[in-house]
Design a protein around this ligand. Structure first.
Ligand code: 5GP
Length: 202
């Protein structure tokens, strides 16, 4: 399926407030590829860069993929109530997104994509912050496992094991999301179209 350009969403002039879309899904579901595709199509959408205490991977850039913090720095930010939400993901590292960054993005963009795990989505649901949530999944657990294993070169065996363990638990949360989208193998464009359509509808 070829991708078509989709018309831009306009910022909400009355409230000057962008719409927030939470995107979650297990490791290997293809969330990042989907989000990259959305950003190419919707020029007034932005992905919120979040903070993490995990080590930078060789292909990642600070400030573009994540803000890489030490655990001490991260805990200090928790104390200062800097995070909209934060969580320990894959039982190992801290991840969180800054309220200040969200405020800045809200002034510039009509659509903000927040790619966070199921714990983060739960916190935002509890805070009753207006948003639309989308869960991206693979077509089967088997497919997911094989995709996670392909990332072997990018991460340690321990990280790989933790991601495999979290995937099953994360998939159980899918029904709590407003939308569930399956990212079928070799059909990325189609998935991007479907998620863009959801964004435009909301
Ligand atoms: P990775 O270490 O593979 O980049 O990301 C692991 C997971 O952390 C991803 O599933 C991603 O959605 C989640 N994540 C990234 N940033 C945040 C955040 O700010 N809050 C929460 N709760 N999860 C996050």
């Amino acid at each position: 399926m070829t991708s078509k350009r989709i018309k831009k969403n306009k910022p909400n002039k009355r409230t000057n407030c962008a719409k927030l879309f939470i995107i979650s899904g297990p490791s290997g579901a293809g969330k990042n590829a989907v989000v990259c595709g959305i950003l190419k199509k919707l020029k007034n959408a932005s992905r919120m860069v979040t903070c993490t205490t995990r080590k930078k991977r060789p292909n990642e850039k600070p400030g573009k993929d994540y803000y890489f913090l030490t655990e001490k720095e991260f805990k200090q930010r928790i104390k200062e109530s800097d995070f909209l939400e934060w969580a320990i993901v894959h039982k190992k590292h801290y991840y969180g997104n800054s309220k200040k960054i969200l405020e800045k993005l809200q002034k510039k963009y009509a659509i903000i994509l927040l790619v966070i795990d199921v714990q983060g989505a739960k916190t935002i649901r509890k805070k009753a912050l207006p948003h639309t949530s989308i869960f991206i999944n693979a077509e089967s657990e088997k497919k997911l496992i094989s995709r996670i294993k392909k990332r072997k070169a990018m991460m340690s065996n321990e990280s790989l094991k933790l991601r495999l363990a979290s995937a099953a638990a994360e998939m159980k949360q899918a029904k709590k999301y407003d939308y569930q989208v399956t990212n079928y193998e070799n059909r990325l464009d189609e998935t991007i179209e479907r998620v863009c359509a959801i964004i435009q509808k909301n």
